[in-house]
Design a protein around this ligand. Structure first.
Ligand code: PBG
Length: 331
């Protein structure tokens, strides 16, 4: 290049991108299996049941669940979040099956901890998989969701999970005061070591659609807008997070993740606690569907979506891609 055509630039940021070695050395955000919580669905039957709107995800029988945990563990995934598909016959209006000590979740926790003692088991606290109404809380005949009565049941559910060996209790129900009540119930039952990962800023999102198909847990009537947050709100996330912090949460969560990166950043900047973000079923479904059609490069968009969530400030990411990413990075 002739001297005349050379720009006199004091700074040339491209120098820090000129080789893979430099790019790797200066990368600000890293994504690896150590950051992941892997959500898995379990049911009481014997078959692997594919979930149509979540290609590659299944309702696992207990044996299949263990096989999946083994594969994920082998590539460095150390956290599993369990979600149960409960037989309709066991559902009722107050979710009594949610604290059955020999129920599906306690059995699944026991089986995982037996075989993989170092895998951290995260359990969901909410009534929707157990509720004949498909809501996270108890519903009155005129359609209201009862807060305090629900919290009482959630405490029993949390203690039941901790007793079965859950390492991290994750209330996703969005009732007021449940983190404090659950902390007290766990401590009173001697489970001071059980952590609480609070779904603090959980939005009333249409991106949960495939998950509700997976568990057959969609609300029978109404929606979840009186307890889950309005997608238009960000400041309110700070309020929810600081309440959960005061009530004893060990970690807080923003959910969904990709469409709420601003909220992840806001929460990151307003709490000292570790922040988790949930790349939910609808985010997974979108990436899968476009990749299956050849419209997007699956590996590249999955990695980029996870990098974006981490860059926004998430320490931990719940993702259905956890095992897949572990395999890519180990392959
Ligand atoms: C239920 C629960 C939901 C999800 C996690 N826990 C659904 C809901 O709130 O309706 C959604 C996860 C996903 O979409 O991947 N308390």
């Amino acid at each position: 290049m002739s001297k005349a055509s050379r720009l006199e630039l004091a700074e040339r940021p491209r120098r820090n991108r000129k080789s893979a070695a430099i790019r790797d050395a200066v990368r600000e955000t890293r994504v690896g299996p150590e950051h992941f919580i892997y959500p898995l669905f379990v049911h009481a039957g014997d078959d692997e049941i594919p979930i149509a709107s979540m290609p590659g995800c299944f309702r696992h029988p207990l044996a299949g669940l263990l096989a999946e945990v083994e594969k994920a563990h082998a590539v460095g995934v150390r956290f599993i979040a369990l979600f149960p598909a409960i037989d309709d016959a066991l559902k009722d209006s107050t979710g009594t099956e949610s604290y059955n000590p020999s129920g599906l979740i306690p059995r699944a926790i026991g089986a995982i901890k037996d075989r993989f003692p170092d895998v951290m088991v995260v359990t969901d606290v909410a009534l929707d998989p157990y509720s004949s109404d498909g809501h996270d809380g108890i519903v009155t005949p005129d359609g209201r969701i009862l807060n305090d009565e629900t919290v009482e049941v959630l405490c029993k559910q949390a203690v039941c999970q901790a007793k079965a060996g859950a390492d991290i209790i994750a209330p996703s129900d969005m009732m007021d005061g449940r983190v404090g009540a659950i902390r007290e119930a766990l401590d009173d039952a001697g489970h001071t070591e059980a952590s609480i990962l609070a779904y603090s800023a959980k939005y009333a999102s249409a991106f949960y659609g495939p998950f509700r198909d997976a568990l057959d847990s969609a609300p029978k009537s109404g929606d979840k807008k009186t307890y889950q947050m309005d997608p238009g709100n960000a400041r309110e996330a700070i309020r929810e997070v600081s309440l959960d912090e005061d009530e004893g949460a060990d970690m807080v969560m923003v959910k969904p993740a990709g469409p709420y990166l601003d909220v992840i950043r806001l929460v990151r900047d307003n709490t000292e606690l570790p922040v988790a973000a949930y790349q939910v079923s609808g985010e997974y479904a979108m990436l899968k569907a476009a990749s299956e059609r050849g419209w997007l490069d699956e590996r590249k968009v999955v990695m980029e979506s996870l990098e974006a969530i981490r860059r926004a400030g998430a320490d931990i990411v719940l993702t259905y891609f956890a095992r897949q990413v572990g395999e890519w990075l180990n392959g």
